[in-house]
Ligand binder design. Structure first.
Ligand code: GLN
Length: 424
């Protein structure tokens, strides 16, 4: 635990504690019964350490925060093509409970509005609503790293008052947009909205998304990185409904709110954030939750479009162990831009060596386009009458083909010996 981080979070909560704007959602009567002053903040690091401030152990219903998780579940179960055939990915620019369907295809505009979420529920596989709900609850619980409870009172309250969502479900059914019976799809939707979390659960669920589907607490790979990328994409464009543009500008993190007062925000690769404060604005977003996220982003520099100098850090060291030989040490997580820089540096400086040794033994991860680029560097250097050797003990760059046998070595010493042989 870092005392400084704890102080930051406590300070941010204190900064907004006095704000009393907004109101409890009362269109679901049971939601109007919660303590309006509840205020909790939790932040999970990408390795699963959680900082908590305020009412981080108060449970509340997920409501619409469930939507991205069920979307991820059906992407995981059915594959992206089948889901894309049923649910769009365009921001609707309308409120969460509007009947936003595409005029031509009759598909809901996106999975973050009720219409899209009800279609997503209709795609969850299972023989009964109970079966499907088990799958949903198990998926959410795997993301949170603990078994989530269900709020029967809120469920019954929304069932009894949910004419609007019932109307949406039946309309979708009349368009042929649902994959299941409308009552079943709606029932599952209301059940998932009634699952209970704390701000810490949300931070943990967020950190699972931040880690590309790997829950850092349990070590379980809950879903895969492609599913998470798609889910985070729609959270960016549609997660905060008609406040999405303002949110991306001011906060800059994929996020999802719920009328229960929760917000989950994700900084890919870095953090999961959960906030709870049940007074919401007229768009259905927690008033203090939004303020907290804004302060966090500004004070800790979390906006996901902050330009960093990461790509420049790809080359960790350059040295000449003997005349005519130059070693490039590459480290960290290498994406296309970093690999491009490594390849360009080596070819640009090739007048200064006969043999370049690319040491990738300290690479952590490498994307496929970056790998292909570095694997092709020997050929590029050969075209310039130079040798390019690779120190790649774990085979993270070089394909395991005979063509690379003379180019790939386990250590710099081995590569140096080979470079010497070639010179003589
Ligand atoms: N269950 C709520 C509804 O459908 C969820 C809405 C929300 O959280 N935005 O109205």
């Amino acid at each position: 635990m870092t005392a400084l981080v704890q102080r930051y979070l406590d300070g941010i909560l204190a900064e907004h504690a006095g704000v009393s704007q907004g109101a409890l959602a009362n269109y679901i009567p049971e939601l109007a019964c919660v303590d309006p002053t509840g205020f909790g903040l939790s932040v999970s690091s990408s390795d699963g350490y959680v900082y908590e401030s305020g009412d981080a152990d108060v449970q509340f219903t997920m409501q619409s925060i469930s939507k991205p998780f069920t979307y991820a579940l059906v992407l995981n179960q059915l594959g992206q093509d089948d889901v894309d055939a049923r649910i769009g990915v365009e921001p609707s620019g309308e409120g969460f409970n509007k009947i936003s369907v595409d005029q031509v295809t009759n598909m809901p505009k996106n999975p973050m509005i009720n219409a899209g979420a009800i279609v997503a529920c209709s795609l969850v596989p299972g023989r009964s609503v109970d079966d499907r709900f088990d799958l949903v609850r198990e998926f959410y619980s795997a993301c949170a790293g603990r078994s989530l409870d269900f709020d029967d009172d809120v469920y019954r309250s929304e069932r009894a008052s949910g004419s609007r969502n019932r109307g949406i479900a039946y309309l979708l059914d009349s368009f042929g947009a649902l994959g299941a019976d409308p009552d079943d799809a709606l029932d599952l939707y209301i059940r998932q909205c009634s699952l209970k979390v704390t701000s810490t659960d949300l931070a943990r669920m967020g950190s699972t998304l931040a880690r590309g589907g790997l829950n850092p607490l349990t070590g379980r790979q809950v879903t895969d990185a492609a599913v998470v990328r798609r889910t985070l994409s729609v959270m960016v464009t549609c997660g905060m409904y008609d406040a999405a543009g303002e949110w991306v500008s001011a906060v800059g993190m994929p996020a999802k709110s719920g009328v229960g007062g929760g917000i989950v925000a994700v900084l890919p690769g870095q953090l999961g954030i959960g906030v709870y404060s049940p007074r919401i604005d007229d768009k259905g977003n927690s008033v203090r939750g939004m303020l907290v996220c804004r302060s966090l982003s500004q004070q800790l520099g979390l906006h996901f479009l902050t330009v960093s100098s990461e790509a420049h850090a790809a080359i960790r060291g350059v040295y000449n162990p003997r005349p005519g030989v130059r070693v490039y040490e590459v480290h960290g997580d290498l994406l296309f831009a970093g690999a491009e820089q490594v390849a360009r540096t080596a070819t640009r400086d090739c007048a200064e060596f006969d043999t370049a040794i690319l040491d990738v033994s300290r690479l952590h991860t490498i994307s496929e386009p970056a790998r292909a680029l570095l694997a092709g560097l020997s050929d590029d250097l050969q075209a310039l009458n130079k040798r390019g050797l690779l120190v790649d003990p774990s085979g993270s760059v070089a394909p395991a083909t005979a063509a690379y046998d003379d180019l790939v070595f386990a250590t710099v010493e081995d590569a140096l010996t080979a470079a010497g042989d070639q010179r003589s």
